[in-house]
Design a protein around this ligand. Sequence first.
Ligand SMILES: NC(=O)c1ccc[n+]([C@@H]2O[C@H](COP(=O)([O-])OP(=O)(O)OC[C@H]3O[C@@H](n4cnc5c(N)ncnc54)[C@H](OP(=O)(O)O)[C@@H]3O)[C@@H](O)[C@H]2O)c1
Length: 267
Amino acid sequence: MVAGVSTRGPSVSSRPLALVTGASSGIGLEFARILAADGYDCALVARSHDRLEFMAADLREKHGVATTCITADLTLDGSIDEVFAAVPRCDLLVNNAGFANNGPYAELPETDIADEIRLNVLALARLTRRYLPGMLAARSGGIINVASTAAFLPGPLMATYYASKAFVLSLSEALWEEMRGTGVTVSCLCPGATKTAFFTRAKMEGTPLLSMQPLADATMVARAGYEGWKRGKRVVVPGVLNAALAFSPRITPRAMLLRISRRLVER
Ligand SMILES: NC(=O)c1ccc[n+]([C@@H]2O[C@H](COP(=O)([O-])OP(=O)(O)OC[C@H]3O[C@@H](n4cnc5c(N)ncnc54)[C@H](OP(=O)(O)O)[C@@H]3O)[C@@H](O)[C@H]2O)c1
């Protein structure tokens, strides 16, 4: 369960509080940097305790904000309760933690598929449910859910990942509408391929997806998500090529789309 919670920095604060999952690397780390620079105290969640503490010390030193590090595996039962116990309210929730399995569905370990759904779908849905009431009571704040351009189409050989991101997009768009007039905004950030540890972790080096375009910069992606959320955007797809990619499933025959989607991740 939660291996540790540590809070440091100014104790009395009038600053807003952002909770970022998957803040130990990649897009989540860049979100934390951008939010701290913009005056948010930060609660950082991930499994890598040392990376979180290192990151938090850097945010305190550079921006004078308070930080809370929550070392937690969000696939585990009870982890959501423990995160919420450590941080019972936040002004901005960034549901960013996620990972992908890659390979034929029938050959993947069932536990890996379950963990992917627990993290990408269940943890995100439950954290959203926990924090929304406080935001609604305050009539401010909101949530940035990190999906992917994978949300717009099915993904053979990454079937669970694409399906999980379709869930994130659908949930987020529905909540964006539910939040209308409440002062709370739920946005969905849909990045294309971005330079982070994601592809190494998914064992996807050498796939056509990675060679067809330069990878986006994680700072740029996080900034687009934050700026889009501040403007009340429902869906943010950073980059013109990615925006075209996100639109193309609407006009491409489904069978052709599935073959293209498969080839992009096939070795
Ligand atoms: N990179 C891309 O091309 C891309 C494109 C579209 C969407 N995305 C999405 O962007 C989000 C961030 O990914 P990234 O690209 O920044 O990859 P990343 O560098 O691998 O970051 C993933 C983050 O999630 C955390 N995490 C993983 N498993 C966890 C668990 N069980 N419990 C708690 N935290 C966990 C990791 O920290 P620990 O290992 O320390 O737990 C890490 O901080 C993901 O939702 C991903 O699907 C990425």
